[in-house]
Design a protein around this ligand. Structure first.
Ligand code: TMP
Length: 210
């Protein structure tokens, strides 16, 4: 049997530079000759990208919180079976921009569903499948409209329009998640230049995965 690959996820609030760091790490790993699949949630497979469009565009109150949690889990089930698991089975590394910790933060701490319920949904949707390493970027959010302009010039701004209260909860919720999952998660300061942050992230990947 081929060696299974490595599944690493990146998490954090809006505009902490997560996608930039994912791009840098994927390039570094690729330069080392590692076969890397770069992916994201919601999305990362054709059907999951269709579900993504339902979630990231339109009115902020268009879904009930449970509907939203189920849609994220449906997208995740599709993403895992179509993209992540086949890549891991082929010995590739999979780097995903977001995974279940985002559901716990956004639909849980942000939209009021209990962590316990969300972990039940995770078990049902994924068979309790977790990455071996999760990097949680912790820093001040850029102004969200600005960050979206930089990271993605599209209309995918439904979560960004959810209001200050919602977004203020996110940073603390990701910190709590890191604390509760110390073995899997590493909280990384997003302060400093892009290169400073990339160096911190790289050191963790070297220590834990290479
Ligand atoms: P992105 O902007 O990082 O691509 O993610 C799209 C949005 O989806 C982002 O605002 C966070 C949100 N989200 C959730 O609310 N729950 C989830 O489970 C995931 C994966 C993302």
């Amino acid at each position: 049997m081929t060696n299974p690959g490595k599944f690493i996820t990146f998490e954090g609030g809006e505009g902490v530079g997560k996608s930039t760091q994912v791009n840098i790490i994927v390039k570094k790993l690729t330069d080392l000759g590692i076969d890397v699949v770069q992916t994201r949630e919601p999305g990362g497979a054709p059907g999951a990208e269709e579900i993504r469009a339902l979630l990231v565009t339109g009115g902020t109150d268009k879904w009930q919180p449970m509907t939203e949690a189920l849609l994220h889990n449906a997208a995740r089930a599709e993403h895992l079976d179509v993209t992540v698991k086949p890549a891991l089975a082929a010995g590739k590394w999979v780097i995903s921009d977001r995974y279940t910790d985002s559901t716990i933060a956004y639909q849980g701490y942000g939209q009021g569903i209990s962590t316990e319920t969300l972990l039940d949904l995770h078990r049902l949707s994924t068979g309790d499948f977790w990455p071996e390493l999760t990097i949680i970027l912790d820093g001040h959010e850029l102004h969200r409209a600005k960050s979206r302009e930089i990271e993605n010039a599209s209309n995918e701004d439904r979560y960004e329009r959810m209001g200050e209260d919602f977004h203020q909860k996110l940073r603390q919720s990701f910190r709590d998640i890191a604390k509760k999952n110390e073995k899997r998660c590493v909280l990384v300061s997003a302060d400093g230049t892009i290169d400073d942050v990339a160096e911190r992230v790289w050191k963790i990947i070297e220590d834990r995965c290479l």
